[in-house]
Ligand binder design. Structure first.
Ligand SMILES: Nc1ncnc2c1ncn2[C@@H]1O[C@H](COP(=O)(O)OP(=O)(O)OP(=O)(O)O)[C@@H](O)[C@H]1O
Ligand SMILES: [Mg+2]
Length: 362
């Protein structure tokens, strides 16, 4: 049965005009999140993940930022909405969890003031003061904060980083939004706290069937948390697949390189980076933007890559697949990289240590 779409980003282009010229960053992004679906968005730094989110939230200001395309959310094109309506959706139906909790909280108001203010904007009308307070205390309990009454009266500066991030999750989820966008949640925190935070978030979104768009550099977190993944390279989507398929049979040369560059704490295997750098958006390569770094590049890559279906919900933007062939046993050839074989999870990557990505030669 086809999944009901909640967010549907179609052919999104974003460019900026600055004194050095015109930089074309997002180059036709297509991305969907279904109702109740948890979707990951990965890709190296500067590829346009946060920019995509800012476009969804209406945070890009023309005329400096030029935006083209469509962003459908629950049946409305956000790019065509009047600002007032967009603001309503942003507060109530789409919630955002940012990386740095201190920057996202207002230091001069107590946690309670900030939480009650959000609850007052709840769809369906303002609850009584007493009901709002009870709701706030409940959500703080749900994010496993001890002594919620005390936290309600505390200022952000009086809380630890982990507590602040939990408060932020509470604020994002208190009005039960349909979609939560989390951009690198908890990466400002140490890894054990980050894991606890993600557990709290996972439990809450599962209980409420909230849709999630999760941006992170941690592929282990993506693997544990999401149903489907998008891999972004230099402003467009290179590949998307159900999470398990993406990790077991990555098809785009960039995805293969990305997965192969995850280091193992055990020191087993040889993490391979991808030579070269993300292109300059002022003067990006024509056609496939990955071509200059791709070992399989060919003259056809000067043209925009085709979007090819290679499996169930598995699509790849690469000429290597445009002959209609499916990924096969020959394609998923044994990796030339010695792969670790031990059991358990690699602590650095969060990936099971015996399931390093198979590097295939398309
Ligand atoms: N307001 C802006 N004006 C000009 N360029 C911008 C603007 N905002 C973002 N960019 C450029 O867009 C590109 C993508 O930025 P973005 O923040 O989306 O990357 P990202 O994928 O989120 O990276 P990271 O993983 O480091 O967070 C960068 O090259 C950035 O310099
Ligand atoms: Mg970012």
């Amino acid at each position: 049965m086809p999944r009901e779409m909640l967010l549907d980003i179609r052919n999104l282009h974003v460019s900026f005009t600055g004194y050095r010229g015109h930089s074309r960053v997002l180059n036709g992004v297509n991305l969907t999140v279904g109702r109740g679906e948890k979707v990951g968005l990965v890709g190296e730094t500067g590829c346009g993940k946060s920019l995509t989110v800012r476009a969804v939230l209406g945070l890009l200001q023309p005329p400096r930022a030029r935006i083209r395309g469509e962003i459908w959310f629950a049946g409305r094109n956000l790019l065509a909405l009047p600002p007032g309506e967009l603001q309503q959706i942003r507060g109530r139906e789409i919630a955002m969890i940012f990386q740095d909790p201190m920057a996202a909280l207002n230091p001069v108001f107590t946690v309670g003031d900030q939480l009650l203010d959000i609850i007052a904007r709840r769809p369906g009308g303002r609850p009584s003061e007493r009901a709002a307070w009870a709701r706030a205390v409940d959500i703080l309990k749900e994010v496993a904060l001890p002594d919620p009454e005390r936290i309600m009266r505390a200022y952000p500066v009086q809380l630890s980083g982990g507590m602040r991030q939990r408060v932020l999750i509470a604020m994002a989820l208190v009005n039960e939004p349909a979609l939560v966008i989390a951009d690198e949640p908890g990466t400002a925190l140490d890894v054990t706290i980050q894991e606890q935070i993600l557990q709290v978030m996972r439990a809450l979104v599962d209980a409420k069937r909230t849709s999630v768009l999760l941006i992170t550099h941690n592929l282990g977190v993506v693997r544990q948390t999401t149903d489907r993944v998008y891999v972004m390279y230099a402003g467009s989507i290179a590949e998307t697949a159900p999470t398990a398929d993406l990790f077991s049979a990555p098809q785009h040369p960039y995805t293969q390189g990305l997965l192969a560059s995850v280091p193992k704490l055990t020191g087993e295997g040889v993490p391979r980076g991808i030579d070269g750098m993300i292109p300059d958006y002022l003067n990006p390569p024509p056609g496939c933007r990955f071509a200059p770094r791709c070992q399989f590049a060919q003259p056809r890559c000067q043209q925009p890559p085709p979007w090819v279906r290679v499996g169930a919900e598995h699509d790849v933007a690469c000429v290597l697949y445009d002959d209609g062939s499916r990924p096969s046993a020959e394609r998923a050839a044994p990796s030339p990289i010695p792969l670790p074989t031990g059991e358990g999870t690699d602590e650095a990557s969060g990936l099971p240590s015996n399931t390093a990505p198979a590097v295939t030669r398309p």
